[in-house]
Design a binder for this molecule. Sequence first.
Ligand code: AMP
Length: 213
Amino acid sequence: MKMILLGPPAAGKGTQSAYLSEHYNIPAISTGSIIRRNISEGTELGKKAKSYIEAGKLVPDELIIDLVINRLAAEDCKDGFILDGFPRTLPQAEALDKNGINIDKVVEFNVPDEEIIERISGRRSCDSCGAIYHVISNPSKKGNLCEKCGGKLVQRADDTAKTVRSRLEVYHKETKPVSGYYKEKGNLVTVDGGRRSVEETSVAMWKALGVER
Ligand code: AMP
């Protein structure tokens, strides 16, 4: 199963990708997490990407496309993968085709902009395993610590009120056309993730995918 998750920031892609990864037993690959790791490790990619990510802009295609194509060639992707955060532009989607990577399903999560702005301010993630929480709708039972690994819960540097507006603008302009690209190919399913709990969104996602749970 080769899958893509589309949707605005904080639409639930990261959370649902963990469930999909467990169900299909394939890796969930988040380009945002890969870039953040490169920034914290101070790699060349990290140095080049930092200013873009902090401004809520997209990292240029030439920095991200080869990285993803190489990642998908790894042994753990032989039975499939879930891409969370890629492709975010039409050239990125075309790069998958050009490299013979045929996608089976594209799931798009739709959440209204006003709700995204509310969600972003409460989002927290574990600085150790990357698990995602929300202070109100999905709090950790261990307070400021991750339920799964005990790591510290932190707010992402780009989850600010100022940056989210730029990220939403970029989403509508650059990423929304990607869903039209897959709609035309006939492998797009949409899930309404607005005003829904994590569990309700999961139920809608499995239904859209035709998976009995
Ligand atoms: P995310 O964790 O998916 O919300 O991504 C955080 C940030 O990483 C984005 O706002 C972009 O700056 C950058 N990023 C992640 N994936 C991509 C991509 N496919 N193309 C360009 N920039 C990306």
